[in-house]
Ligand binder design. Structure first.
Ligand SMILES: Cc1cc2nc3c(=O)[nH]c(=O)nc-3n(C[C@H](O)[C@H](O)[C@H](O)COP(=O)(O)O)c2cc1C
Length: 371
């Protein structure tokens, strides 16, 4: 039987206290993936749902925030990648709407901290090394999300198993572990490493609520831990994508087809709600490396749209963590949350048995010591 103390031990952490939530579980603020229904489902189940603003139209972001408020009265957050087009604008909308938790990535967010703290909001920065984490703490962030090398999207070079305990050692603010976590064993491991909670991307899009076309969700179930690609060729910054025909082609493409990018730029401008001449002017002002990065990003956006609409397995591409190999079904978010907590409790009991009955651990399972 699950004891109340086991449950308490598992879920009362620096993160549940900081955000006023029941379980130390967040969905990653995945741009064009973590929509209001996903956010509300996670928050309603006791975690912290995080909206992925990505480079979306700020007016749309404001509507999404209001929609989340109509779906849940629980705390929620928003992710704004500051280096992307509309990233800063989306962070400003989040501040105007007094979103309880703001998660910024790809940039410097001291200005977000100042304003959010005035209305009681909390801020967390996404980081992938010690220097970035220390800078976030110096800027007044309330927590960091530490994304290890296993993570989907813009992961760093350091694995979660090393990054999390090191940040727990050097920081005073809580650390949320991300990358390679997809079940309750991963949650307990992250807590043991010194994290106050976990943030998961791949586990949350492979659900009933995940907005990807069914073909892509089914494809995720076929993949194993080695079936992702990590390369700067996707959008100019080292990034982890699901291994597909299209992502392999893109990784092997040294020179992009400029004509194709030019044609695609009209659709991108429409989607971002930025006048086409402004988009071109902004892109050209960035310098040669960033221009290439923006061009690659626009191609990536186009391929991501395919994963959401046509389900064409040859042409689409989406971010995916190595944790895709740990995912074997497509449950609802409520089921994922319930299972995470049950698995975490079970993992804790296994470990406790080991201590109290002097068992030894074999392949992650406790067996009684000989003699
Ligand atoms: C489809 C997808 C989109 C993502 N988009 C963003 C984003 O817009 N901003 C961001 O900071 N991280 C983004 N990420 C990365 C996550 O924040 C997180 O670091 C990662 O998903 C953790 O690894 P996991 O997928 O193995 O759980 C994305 C991840 C996925 C899977």
């Amino acid at each position: 039987m699950t004891s109340v103390s086991a449950r308490r031990q598992c879920v009362n952490t620096s993160i549940t206290e900081l955000f006023g939530i029941k379980y130390p579980i967040l969905n990653a603020g995945m741009g064009r993936v973590a929509f209001p229904n996903m956010v509300a489902a996670v928050s309603n189940a006791g975690g912290l749902g995080v909206l992925g603003a990505g480079s979306g139209d700020p007016r749309q972001t404001r509507e999404y925030i209001r929609e989340i408020r109509s779906l849940t009265d629980k705390p929620f957050g928003i992710n704004a990648p500051l280096a992307l087009p509309n990233g800063r604008e989306n962070a400003i909308v989040a501040l105007e709407e007094k979103v309880p938790v703001i998660n910024y990535s790809m940039g410097k967010g001291d200005w977000i901290v100042k304003t959010a703290h005035k209305y009681g909001g909390k801020v967390m920065a996404s980081v992938n090394d010690v220097k970035l984490a220390q800078r976030a703490e110096a800027h007044g962030c309330d927590a960091v999300i530490a994304a290890g090398h296993e993570a989907a999207g813009h992961a760093g070079e350091i694995g979660t198993f090393v990054l999390v305990p090191r940040l727990a050692e050097v920081l005073k603010i809580p650390v949320i572990a991300a990358g390679g976590i997809a079940n309750g064993d991963g949650l307990v491991a992250a807590l043991a490493l010194g994290a106050g909670g976990v943030s998961m991307g791949t586990r949350f899009w492979t659900t009933k609520e995940g907005p990807m076309h069914q073909n892509w969700k089914n494809k995720a179930l076929e993949l194993d831990v080695q079936d992702t690609l990590f390369s700067p060729r996707f959008d100019g910054i080292p990034c982890r994508q699901m291994k597909t025909a299209a992502s392999e082609r893109m990784m092997n493409t040294k020179m992009l087809n400029v004509w194709e990018i030019f044609l695609n730029s009209f659709a991108i401008a429409r989607e971002l709600n930025i006048p086409w001449p402004t988009l071109v002017k902004q892109t050209l002002s960035l310098g040669p490396r960033q221009i290439e990065s923006m061009m690659r990003m626009s191609k990536m956006m186009q391929m991501h749209t395919i994963t959401m609409t046509t389900g064409d397995l040859d042409k689409g591409m989406t971010a995916s963590g190595q944790s895709v190999g740990l995912i074997h079904d497509l449950p609802s978010i409520a089921e994922v949350m319930e299972r995470l907590v049950a698995e975490a409790e079970s993992a804790q009991r296994r470990l406790a048995v080991q201590i109290s009955e002097s068992g030894t651990v074999k392949c992650g399972r406790v067996v009684r010591a000989a003699g």
